[in-house]
Design a protein around this ligand. Structure first.
Ligand SMILES: NC(=O)c1ccc[n+]([C@@H]2O[C@H](COP(=O)([O-])OP(=O)(O)OC[C@H]3O[C@@H](n4cnc5c(N)ncnc54)[C@H](OP(=O)(O)O)[C@@H]3O)[C@@H](O)[C@H]2O)c1
Length: 377
């Protein structure tokens, strides 16, 4: 296992951080989490050198923290740092924040949390956290030693990331990042900004939730043609670790074989470890994925609002995701919301208002018909 610097914090952590969000239930029965299996996976990772463990109040129906707490008995707690999170939905005032943190400490069976995050914030959620006094609460808890570092995880556009990271003296940020998300969410600009500020960056969704682990044919052909043979997972993690700003890459694992594979991979990476040819390969891989896009919608939203309530950019994004990663539309959470909200393409009456507004001059009406057929489930 390689260990990496955490920016201005003056500490180091394992390059591979174990995410505790994706443990499966028992093979038989309807449990949310197979506790014994999860505990053994967590300890296997720690015995292999992992020192960074990521969970959250809400993960696995609020059982993830409990299982992690149990896994960290028998001396394991002293060997690791724990990151957990405060969800906006659960707190409305200081008393509720105090109660929530006390509950998390109890579940984790520890007297302090190393990295305490405001969970999945964007500009709106950050303003909410400020309005209920969360920054003051985090400062107080840091002084009292109940948390060591004040942090946030982020899902939102770059401009909101830039605002939030400059708005307070954060100790760490967690962003979604991988070789396909260079221009999405915080993206490469956000990573570099955090680096300039000396704020360590923890990566989530490094494999896009596992989607980058299975390369489609045109991408696999590029990997196969490269002289050095590595799996898609290894290429994805290697690309992330090449960035010096990255402190830890989280990966949620369900099997001992995945833990072992990741331990091997993260033992052979370092900042700036990739050659020019390797970097070019990853650019080609990104282009090969993008060539699978169904439509060149940039998500500018000039077409919105649709007079008939069709979520045009949302549908095109889901359609592209489905094609890029061979994804089953049923597994696309965003498209599920579109269906639930009644914003599907069958509401289109071909009025053409969207096509008149589209700066890309896309044939939206015909594309919506095709998307409706291909996304149906
Ligand atoms: N704060 C937030 O808002 C937020 C949001 C998302 C995630 N997170 C955190 O970040 C962690 C990491 O995100 P993630 O779980 O989405 O990470 P990820 O690495 O993008 O995806 C994890 C999935 O990748 C697959 N995988 C992992 N290692 C593999 C290997 N060696 N070979 C083949 N497949 C492999 C597994 O998929 P299969 O199960 O399909 O085999 C696993 O479930 C989460 O566990 C969670 O702790 C936080």
């Amino acid at each position: 296992m390689k260990y990496r610097k955490f920016g201005k914090l003056g500490i180091e952590g394992s390059a591979f951080g174990l995410g505790c969000m994706r443990f499966n239930g028992e093979a038989s029965g309807d449990s949310i989490i197979d506790e014994q299996k999860a505990i053994s996976l967590i300890r296997r990772a720690i015995d292999g050198g992992v020192t960074y463990l990521d969970t959250a109040y809400v993960y696995l129906d609020r059982t993830s923290e409990i299982v992690l707490g149990k896994a960290l008995l028998d001396g394991y707690r002293d060997r690791v740092t724990i990151a957990t999170k405060m969800p906006m939905e659960a707190v409305h005032n200081r008393a509720e924040m105090e109660a929530l943190l006390a509950e998390e400490l109890k579940k984790l069976q520890t007297d302090h949390i190393d990295f305490y995050l405001m969970h999945g914030i964007n500009r709106e959620k950050w303003e909410y956290f400020k309005s209920i006094g969360a920054p003051r609460f985090f400062d107080d808890m840091k002084r009292e030693g109940k948390i060591r570092y004040k942090c946030f995880s982020f899902h939102g556009p770059y401009d909101e990331f830039e605002f939030i990271i400059n708005d307070w003296d954060w100790d760490m940020v967690q962003i979604q990042y991988n070789f396909m998300d260079v221009d999405n969410q915080a993206g490469t600009r956000g990573l570099k900004l955090a680096g300039r500020l000396g704020i360590p960056v923890v990566i989530m969704e490094g494999l896009l939730g596992g989607q980058l682990a299975k390369a489609p044919e045109n991408v696999q052909a590029l990997y196969d043609a490269f002289p050095v043979k590595r799996s898609p997972v290894e290429w994805a993690f290697r690309w992330l670790c090449n960035h010096p700003e990255v402190a830890t890459v989280l990966s949620g694992c369900n099997e001992a074989s995945q833990i072992d594979d990741n331990l091997r991979i993260f033992d052979a990476v370092a900042p700036n470890c990739m050659t020019d040819d390797e970097l070019k390969l990853m650019d080609d891989v990104r282009s090969a994925y993008l060539s699978r896009r169904k439509i060149g919608c940039t998500g500018c939203r000039y077409c919105m609002p649709c007079p008939n309530g069709v979520n045009i950019p949302g549908i095109f994004s889901a359609w592209n995701q489905m094609s890029l990663y061979n994804q089953n539309p049923k597994d696309n959470w965003d498209y599920g919301q579109i269906v639930l909200n009644g914003e599907t393409a069958d509401k289109c009456v071909a009025c053409g208002a969207c096509e008149a507004a589209c700066p890309q001059h896309l044939g939206i009406i015909e594309a919506l018909k095709q998307a409706q057929r291909e996304l149906a489930f």
